[in-house]
Design a protein around this ligand. Structure first.
Ligand SMILES: Nc1nc2c(ncn2[C@@H]2O[C@H](COP(=O)(O)OP(=O)(O)O)[C@@H](O)[C@H]2O)c(=O)[nH]1
Ligand SMILES: [Mg+2]
Length: 283
């Protein structure tokens, strides 16, 4: 399978990211808790190496609770700051703010030693498409007033959102590009919605998804959701689902595009239950 989707502006994206990096002390790297390996670009460790980093395992509400704990432990053991987060739930805002505050402690201490007691800590959000960067920024911005850092002579106005303490967050996220580690990784990104559907053959993606569910022992979540029996082959399970959900043409032909869209949407929306496709031991 050949997924060739990232348009030619990778260099521009990287340059912009580097430019914004100069303005901040902390990078809040957002990854998808269902696929922490595939949704993290390891090349960026080099780019971010001089910055304090907080890993946000976002969409943890969609991921398996036990595996969430495994990931949290894993990152803590590596010495990273990490927080499990659901950007769509404003009740969790305080948890995120506390994690950012905690991650910035060392920087605050360093400033204090130099007599800089009220110096602002600046943070930016970064992550590949679809991990929830915008949702996260909007939820933080909603409660706060944004202020303009419009300095004459500088063309682009940077908007900063004041968070807790002396911390300010850049209101535009750094968009990262995913790295396809292997075919499974590329598929995980496709399943999650990180790759635009228009460049994918959705029937192929859905087939691979159902196959993966079967191989991981998660097929039951599909059977329960759609009230069907497992087929002998993967395609038979898909046919069973299609028939049950009237994804057919002329009452007989299976509409594979329709059933594929439905299955993938249900996974992305969490309708198949909380599910994680990657665990630390796969690293
Ligand atoms: N369940 C759940 N959905 C989320 C969460 N964060 C974002 N989403 C959804 O994921 C999709 C992509 O989010 P978006 O903020 O546009 O991602 P971005 O491309 O990184 O800016 C949207 O449909 C969001 O509603 C989360 O923590 N939990
Ligand atoms: Mg966005």
């Amino acid at each position: 399978m050949n997924i060739n989707w990232y348009p030619g502006h990778m260099k521009k994206t990287k340059d912009l990211l580097k430019e914004n990096l100069k303005l901040v002390n902390i990078v809040i790297e957002v990854i998808d808790a269902r696929i922490p390996i595939s949704s993290k670009n390891p090349d960026l460790d080099e780019l971010f190496k001089d910055k304090k980093r907080l890993i946000v395992l976002n969409k943890y509400d969609l991921a398996d609770p036990n595996i969430n704990k495994e990931w949290e432990e894993y990152y803590k053991k590596q010495g990273w700051s990490v927080v499990l987060y659901n950007s769509t739930n404003n009740k969790e805002l305080r948890k995120l703010e506390m994690a950012i505050e905690d991650a910035s402690k060392e920087i605050v201490e360093r400033y204090k030693k130099r007599g800089l007691l009220h110096k602002t800590i600046k943070a930016m959000i970064a992550g590949i498409p679809n991990v929830g960067k915008s949702t996260l920024i909007n939820s933080l911005a909603k409660k706060k007033s944004t202020k303009t850092g419009n300095i004459p002579g500088i063309t682009k106005a940077k908007q900063w959102i004041r968070l807790t303490g002396n911390i300010e967050l850049l209101d535009t996220p750094g968009i990262l590009w995913p790295k396809f580690i292997n075919e499974d990784g590329a598929l995980n990104l496709a399943f999650s919605g990180a790759i635009r559907d228009e460049v994918l053959v959705l029937e192929e993606i859905a087939f691979n998804f159902v196959e993966r569910m079967r191989n991981m022992g998660l097929e039951n979540s599909l059977l329960v959701r759609y009230g069907v029996e497992p087929g002998e082959r993967v395609i038979d399970t898909i046919d069973n689902i299609a028939i049950k959900r009237a994804c057919v043409y002329n009452k007989t032909e299976i509409d594979y595009l329709k059933v594929s869209r439905m299955i993938l949407k249900d996974f992305r929306d969490g309708n198949l239950g909380r599910m994680s496709l990657e665990r630390p031991k796969m690293l």
